[in-house]
Design a protein around this ligand. Sequence first.
Ligand code: F6R
Length: 608
Amino acid sequence: MCGIVGYVGPKDCSEVLVDALRKLEYRGYDSAGIAVFEDGKIKVAKEKGRLDDLQAKMNAEGVPAGNAGIGHTRWATHGIPSAVNSHPHKGGEKVTLVHNGIIENYKELKEYLISQGRVFVSETDTEVVAQLLDFNYEGDPIKAIAKTLSQVEGSFALGILFADRVGELFAVRRESPLIVGVSEGESFIASDVPAIIKYTNQYYLLEHDEIAHLDFSGVSFCDLEGNAIVKELKVADWNQEAAEKGGYEHFMLKEIHEQPTAVKTTITPRISDGLPCLEECSITVDSLRDINQIYIVACGTAMHAGMVGKYVIEKMAKVPVIVDIASEFRYRDPLIKEGDLVIIISQSGETADSLAAMRLAKSMGAKTLAIVNAKGSSIAREADMLIYTHAGPEIAVASTKAYMVQIAVMYLLGFKMALSKGQITEDECRRLTGVLASVPVYLEKTIADVDDVCNDIATQLLEAENLLYIGRGLDYALSMEGSLKLKEISYIHSEAYAAGELKHGTISLITDGMPVIAVATQNSLLDKTVSNIKEVKARGAMVIVVCDEEAQIGADVADYIIRVPKIEESLMPMLAAVPLQLLAYYTSYKRGNDVDKPRNLAKSVTVE
Ligand code: F6R
């Protein structure tokens, strides 16, 4: 995820900016840049790669020397990682800015600006804002910012320099976070506290559509009409490590809370005119039409995302999908035919078995599509087609936000494929895509609604030695992930079972008080699932049901009910995943485990 910093004060601005950007490295980035007022002019330095690459370039070409400026680390969404696409962007002679977030209507705005004679040098949505602001600027920064904000749609935080306002910095945000730090004689902007904690622990939280103005006399705030705003100064009592966790006790909890943003950042650039648009990844309607067999190959959580993909693609596009564990696939002589599509899902892009499986599939003539989070990783580089997920770096070993964005991509692909195959109409595809686009809002609500209840219910699981997750259809796919999450960090033995399969053996395991977590979000299967729940309840199980807010489930069926918002049935896994993640998190935490680094596990499994 992109990072923004800015500085006005007596220190060497370039040094402060690069140093502050280093503290945001944990967010992940593929290029970096700064812009500083030097002798009354804005001097920009930017480079693809790491901050060391930027520093080397500046050492060779001259480090901008001055006391006010902005800096940025970019995690590419619109346009490849390159020096040209990296920030800061100039909008012409008057405006230079850095941006975090996504401008949803950038295509329309770009067309308009081109019709007005503007020439673009990058592929980014950011340059569109820079050009628009430059176009609107007639000497009054607040008026120009307000006018620009009335024209752009999306989520963003901006750090802005106007060429004729030497030594001044403006900032504004909508949805994407931004803070304004203050200390004796100097001020800062940053997308996160860790960037500036070395310099100050005092900061203001910029709210939606508020403008901050920083200069050598201090900091002031106003709304879009220019009315002054008095804000409360906050004091962070974090050290550097705590600051990187954003105030959360563990990275896992932080990453669970980052899911709404991660989904939004992943899907927004892939929706155009209300329909899934994967052309940038070389996936066109024509290329999907001829596919008759799909394999989804991955490991662990990523494989569970593939299970969701199987249900979605088979149900909607009517194309058969085989989901394989990568370590099995590569040694079982899979019957791949030329033209089959093999989808590899991987957060790290370096998992040895997944990489080997992809190479095998390629050697057998299959087309390979990688869905990967880590930019430039081996799987990303070697696949024929590539969709990057934009979860940002995932630090906790137990995957949460990467899983969530993997599923989001599965839906985009499923909808697109169903449309290509003529299985759904364009209207239906647009409707489904619209529901998917609304998921981030429902995710926010789900996290807020279920956090406390999961914390409480986790107390009931602490002494358990064995646990079952059950569900049908998509709920079964989700149960597999819930079960893995719980066992890997709580160390309680757990299995996921297709609810209808219990009575063929496994039900004999049920003893008095054994926890059974039933996922029951698929309304079309609810009656069947409830029957299975009753079977385990009658044998003494302690039942926890995860269902939507309208599901008719009586107290006689469940000991605890966790309700999530109700949306389109096929998309319910995205919301129901949250309580499963939180149950695992709180159980592990309460058992005193090292939540972020569970025993015996590594984040990236680069050996067989
Ligand atoms: C579990 C988890 C693992 C990974 C698996 C694949 O929480 O994170 O099961 O999903 O090791 O890793 P990637 O996605 O990097 O290929």
